[in-house]
Write a protein that binds this ligand. Structure first.
Ligand code: ADP
Length: 461
């Protein structure tokens, strides 16, 4: 089936037919088990009354009497000792009564053909117009015993009723068809809209107008769908931002490298200028290479990497290494570096953790004016992990920017950082590494007074 519409329609029709069939069989079973004996009793009672009324008024003509009764909705079969038979009322469809039953009735027994009518799955005994399906009693006619068999004439008794039920059934069926067709639209249309929405998303259009007011499953689906579209839109925007930032970061050092290498071609360039240009080219290419490394680290952290490289890391000695590696930078700026640390070990990737301390300490040095102080502390936190803080007395960060500094390529002072070899990737890498180690990073800062970055790494057993 090609469409959901056709599928729902076909399923509903199939259900309707299946339930009609099951209902028919169930009512048939109900007739055979429960109603058949009751019906037999009722007919027996009626025919016995009929016989006793006839026998008490001896002058009546039996033919006339029975013919009158057929108008009340009964059919009769009368047979005498010699086998002369007469039918009254509508004819029986099948005349199939055994001679033995007739003889027994002639001998004075009552024949319960309705109660003993055999059970068949698709035949309702009630409507079976057979001579076998009757009640038979003996009757005295002109001093001679006859056998009288009778059953309700269902066509006569329930003719209108049957038509009434047939009309009811047809109306129910037609109405059901129409209503199924209409109601299917309510299910299919939102699905069609969602399909159209997926096509839009595939074509890069994330602005969807979906009916989010429905509270059912389809409403929820539409809701999740529009959230998904939103998050795809944001991811796409971030991706575009990222690409343009990367291109920009690559473009500017390349432009200066090109410019200065061209200038170096001039033959009468004084030696000191040549050295200066070469130094710039070296610095810019170092910068490019650092950017490449940072991007590689980011993509490594974003891929679903395993933690095979993890070992025990001695945090105190890592911090000491960072202080000595950056010594020429902080000495050059006449900064004081204080260390207030204890021996701690954590479980993690040593190179990446080293990079966290390196980035934090370099930032502290870079954003602190000459004569300032950088303090590195460690302490055990409440849960047994280690908290490492790097405090400076530098320029600080405005409160509204403390969240954004962890975003990729975010720089507070674009003009200043441009000249200071900064890429805006350092803290986003720090955050990713810390989170990869199940840790947290916090910043407290006051513009003009300084900042404290604190990394808490959990205690892994
Ligand atoms: P960058 O390479 O520019 O230093 P980061 O991601 O490390 O990139 O830092 C993002 C921005 O956060 C920096 O541009 C700077 O403005 C601000 N910042 C980072 N550390 C400090 C600090 N210790 N003091 C003041 N500002 C800081």
């Amino acid at each position: 089936m090609r469409t959901l519409y056709a599928r729902i329609f076909a399923i509903t029709i199939a259900i309707m037919f299946a339930s009609s069939l099951i209902a028919f069989v169930a009512t048939n079973v109900y007739y055979h088990v429960h109603l058949k004996p009751i019906n037999d009793q009722k007919v027996t009672h009626i025919i016995q009354n009929t016989v006793s009324i006839y026998e008490q008024s001896a002058h009546q003509d039996i033919d006339e009497y029975l013919s009158t009764l057929t108008d009340l909705g009964y059919q009769f079969y009368l047979v005498d000792q010699k086998g002369n038979e007469r039918f009254f009322g509508n004819p029986f469809r099948i005349v199939n009564l055994d001679q033995t039953h007739i003889e027994r009735v002639l001998d004075g027994e009552v024949y319960h053909g309705i109660a003993n009518y055999p059970w068949r799955l698709f035949i309702t005994g009630f409507f079976s117009n057979e001579l076998k399906n009757t009640v038979g009693v003996p009757i005295e006619v002109d001093g001679e015993t006859h056998a009288l068999f009778t059953r309700q004439d269902t066509v006569q008794q329930f003719g209108e009723m049957r038509r009434f039920l047939a009309v009811l059934l047809v109306v129910i069926l037609v109405l059901s068809f129409v209503l199924v067709i209409i109601s299917t639209r309510f299910i299919v249309n939102p699905v069609k809209k969602l399909t159209a929405a997926t096509k839009k998303i595939a074509a890069g259009n994330y602005h969807l107008k979906l009916d989010l007011n429905r509270r059912d499953e389809i409403g929820r689906l539409a809701n999740h769908f529009s959230k998904m579209a939103d998050s795809l839109r944001r991811t796409e925007e971030k991706r575009q931002d990222f690409v343009s930032n990367v291109s920009h970061e690559i473009q500017s050092p390349l432009t200066s490298i090109q410019g200065f290498s061209k200038a170096l071609r001039e033959e009468d360039l004084p030696e000191n200028l040549r050295q200066h240009y070469l130094a710039i080219i070296e610095r810019e290419s170092k910068r490019l290479s650092a950017l490449g490394k940072q991007l590689l680290t980011l993509s490594f952290l974003e891929s679903d990497v395993d933690k095979k490289s993890w070992t025990r890391c001695d945090i105190e000695s890592q911090l000491e290494d960072v202080v000595s590696t950056t010594e020429w930078q902080w000495r050059e700026k006449r900064l004081t570096v204080e260390m207030d640390t204890e021996p701690f070990t954590v479980w993690g990737d040593p190179k990446l953790l080293q990079q966290v301390w390196m980035n934090l300490v370099s930032n502290a040095i870079r954003y602190t004016e000459a004569g300032g102080t950088v303090t590195i502390r460690t302490r055990r936190d409440k849960e047994g992990g280690v908290a490492v803080s790097v405090t400076d007395t530098g320029i600080g960060i405005a409160a509204e920017e403390t969240e954004q500094i962890f975003e990729r390529f975010y720089k507070v002072d674009k003009a200043r950082t441009r000249t200071e070899k900064s890429t805006g990737l350092g803290l986003s890498i720090v955050k990713k590494i810390v989170e990869w180690h199940d840790g947290t990073i916090m910043v407290e800062s006051e513009p003009g007074k300084g900042s404290t970055f604190e990394v808490v790494l959990p205690h892994h057993t």
